[in-house]
Design a protein around this ligand. Structure first.
Ligand SMILES: Nc1ncnc2c1ncn2[C@@H]1O[C@H](COP(=O)(O)OP(=O)(O)OP(=O)(O)O)[C@@H](O)[C@H]1O
Ligand SMILES: [Mg+2]
Length: 455
């Protein structure tokens, strides 16, 4: 983009000093003095150039500010005026822009041109973007549109602009999270995943960089429907050229499993949470392959509670359960995770702790076989069947019920409402049993009286 014209330089200076507050009025006065001195020597230099040459602002920052001052760059993606670049990741560049027709701020992710060469992937991306448009959740960055720019040969994704900072940026600036903020974020993300799961959407790339924290400390999940579609193009297989970062990848994704479900996202969310409260990623290595191997291996994470004493046992156990290596040992869906978070918030013992306590009771020599439904003891075990029963850990009834919530309910009630309904159901069963018992006793009494009168 061209620099600032002479006629606009006063207005641009005011824009920098008063609107953007990126330079002081004294510094800008110095710049004008330097410009005049150079002018007297016959060297013409626009004010933006003087500002960068004097080192007051970085060249790219000034260029973004010029774009913003001029009202943006309209040519790049038709219909949108680019304001500034927000960042860049494995898939492409993200810009803050204005939707010209609607006059509202949005964010555009412009995908790198090599993505989309595989026509089947591009088609799936466009189809899934349609599903994403149906998502309406306060903790999911809303996707507005997707498209293909034929002249310049790139795909783009138009989404809600979130004024905030990514969780990785937040931790870098403010240090590790307090437990209550960590719980709030994880609850919001679990709720976001609950809705995504209903539409059969798997994120595949949950990490602190893909969660933005707003000024009101609400978390928003970014890039839903993006990572999954480009995974193949990004070689997220066994080649080692892992998309983005390998630090939050689930064991099954690291093994190259194609059909992932919400339990993979739950693992990555657990790894994200671990990073937020401990300040370090759960597994470190010399290179991506080493990190991948650690995620794939049976090596468990070091208990968060051991690393940070002030963390509650409940949150620590929840993270460990989210990051269980065997898929069947994790929360089986986001609703189960929400139940445990609710228990933790109420000061009650999450199921993750109860299971941990039971697991600790299992003697090492037992021939234990882990399955997706819990831990079962093999029949030929040396222990008698009765003693085996006490060690047979299965998901509690409450958790099983969460799995079996009728499909019809899903469409009408949120998970919180479903939990209220499910509690109410048990109260109703209790009441009906009591009434039945009273009626039964009355009948017995009546029979007894009749027999006494007539016999
Ligand atoms: N909807 C949005 N609103 C505001 N800022 C955003 C939005 N989406 C992304 N950003 C910003 O753009 C930056 C780059 O995002 P991008 O998704 O390209 O990279 P990433 O998340 O680090 O990597 P990946 O490509 O693996 O997702 C983010 O760090 C964030 O600061
Ligand atoms: Mg991202």
């Amino acid at each position: 983009m061209k620099g600032i014209d002479k006629k606009d330089q006063e207005a641009f200076a005011k824009f920098l000093v008063f609107d953007k507050k990126v330079i002081t009025s004294d510094d800008i006065k110095t710049c004008f003095k330097v410009q005049k001195a150079m002018n007297d020597l016959g060297i013409l230099s626009p004010i933006d150039k003087v500002i960068t040459e004097k080192g007051y602002l970085d060249g790219t920052v000034v260029s973004d500010l010029i774009k913003e001052f001029k009202g943006g760059d309209e040519d790049f993606v038709p219909g949108y005026r680019i304001i500034s670049k927000l960042g860049e990741g494995a898939m492409g560049e993200v810009y803050k822009a204005v939707d010209i027709e609607e006059n509202k701020e949005i964010a555009i992710k412009v995908l790198f041109p090599h993505l989309g060469k595989r026509k089947s992937t591009a088609k799936r991306f466009l189809q899934e973007a349609e599903i994403c448009k149906k998502l309406n959740h306060p903790n999911i960055v809303k996707g507005f549109d997707v498209g293909y720019e034929a002249d310049q040969d790139f795909y783009f994704y138009i989404m809600e602009y979130v004024d905030g900072v990514t969780l990785s940026g937040y931790v870098k600036k403010n240090g590790i999270l307090q437990e209550d903020l960590a719980i709030k974020i994880i609850e919001q993300m679990a709720s976001a995943l609950e809705q995504a799961t209903r539409l059969n959407l798997v994120h595949r790339d949950i990490k602190p960089d893909n969660i933005i924290l707003t000024k009101n400390k609400n978390a928003k999940l970014c890039d839903l429907g993006l990572a999954r579609n480009w995974a193949q193009d990004l070689s997220l297989t066994l080649t080692g050229a892992v998309m983005g970062t390998p630090f939050y990848i689930s064991p099954e994704a690291a093994r190259g499993v194609e059909e992932l479900d919400s339990r993979s996202d739950i693992y990555s969310l657990g790894a994200t949470l671990y990073h937020l409260v401990i300040g370090e990623v759960p597994f470190k290595g010399k290179n991506s392959m080493e990190v991948l191997d650690l995620h794939k291996s049976s090596t468990k994470i070091t208990s968060p509670k051991q690393q940070r004493g002030d963390l509650s046992h409940g949150l620590s156990a929840i993270i460990e359960k989210m990051m269980a290596k065997t898929v069947g040992d994790r929360y089986q869906n986001p609703s189960e995770l929400l139940i445990d978070i609710e228990l933790l918030k109420k000061g009650e013992e999450p199921f993750a702790i109860q299971e941990k306590k039971q697991q600790d009771k299992i003697p090492q020599q037992l021939n234990v076989q882990k399955t997706d439904t819990g831990i079962h003891i093999k029949k030929d075990d040396q222990y008698r069947q009765s003693s085996v029963q006490e060690y047979s850990i299965r998901p509690s009834k409450k958790i099983k019920n969460a799995n079996k919530t009728p499909k019809l309910f899903d469409n009408f009630f949120t998970s919180a409402e479903q939990r209220v309904l499910s509690n109410a159901k048990w109260k109703l069963v209790g009441l009906i049993s009591l009434i039945s018992l009273v009626i039964f006793l009355i009948i017995i009494l009546a029979v007894f009286l009749v027999m006494r009168v007539f016999f």
